[in-house]
Design a protein around this ligand. Structure first.
Ligand code: ADP
Ligand code: MG
Length: 243
């Protein structure tokens, strides 16, 4: 399997709080990696370091074999290869659904308006939101907003999609729809890194599960390794609490 992203000895501190201690992991093409772990263990910081919303304190992030932290590396280009979906949607509230899905394509990728519109609509169809192209985010439910956020990220043709607890802010009845869409994306071969509290999703959809504890990867393996035969005491304790 070929790695798209390789993370080596990643560290991140905020002041004297060392939040990521020494993270090593890779993401292979077409793979779905889920990251589980207690609140405060550094999962969001890790995702935010991968796409450089946070600057790592130390370590390497290799994308297609090149260190993205090396001087002179084309960071804006790198960021376009990664799609991000946040817990809090982060849609542009002054734009309608269609504009939300078009604007990055035009301003960042330089696509023509007609092409951007076509791609936006295709992706809105994928998430079942094409009927809402004229709606403003404020008119949508949380689940609908998150589906638009996914369509917006997909419209940038990312190599890798990063999801940070995409269903945590949703009313329970909306969670299933969003997970279903993510499952479909996973089955389509999209490379995904998903931070989630949805253990059933992690179990069913992941190729690999990473359990983070206090800024370190405490254990990783197949869903069966982690959920059925966890080796580490910390993993067992965590699963005992959440399952
Ligand atoms: P998780 O997503 O696993 O809940 P986070 O990555 O959000 O964990 O947080 C890990 C630790 O990093 C927490 O102690 C949090 O307070 C700290 N942290 C996260 N972001 C910042 C920030 N921007 N400034 C200072 N501390 C932060
Ligand atoms: Mg988090």
């Amino acid at each position: 399997m070929s790695s798209i992203i390789e993370i080596e000895h990643l560290k991140k501190s905020f002041g004297d709080n060392l939040v990521l201690k020494d993270i090593n992991m890779n993401v292979n093409k077409g793979e779905v990696v889920t990251i589980i772990g207690a609140s405060g263990s550094g999962k969001s910081t890790f995702l935010r370091c991968i796409n450089l919303l946070e600057t790592p304190t130390d370590g390497k992030i290799m994308y297609q074999g090149e260190n993205v932290l090396a001087p002179g590396y084309n960071l804006p280009k790198y960021r376009t290869h990664l799609g991000m979906v946040f817990q809090s949607f982060n849609l542009f509230n002054n734009m309608n659904v269609l504009q939300n899905c078009m604007s990055g394509q035009i301003t960042v990728l330089g696509r023509k308006e007609a092409e951007a519109r076509k791609i936006a609509i295709e992706n809105l169809e994928k998430v079942g939101m094409a009927r809402f192209i004229d709606a403003k985010p404020a008119q949508l439910s949380g689940g609908q907003k998150q589906r638009v956020a996914i369509a917006r990220a997909l419209s940038m043709d990312p190599e890798v999609m990063l999801f940070d607890e995409p269903t945590s802010a949703l009313d329970p009845e909306m969670v299933g729809d969003v997970l279903q869409i993510m499952k479909k994306l996973a089955e389509s071969g999209l490379t995904m890194v998903v931070v989630t509290h949805e253990m059933a999703f992690a179990k069913e959809v992941s190729d690999r599960v990473i359990f983070m504890d206090k800024g370190l990867i405490a254990e990783e393996g197949t869903p069966e390794d982690i959920f059925v035969h966890p080796k580490e005491e910390r993993t067992k304790e965590f699963l005992h609490r959440v399952l």
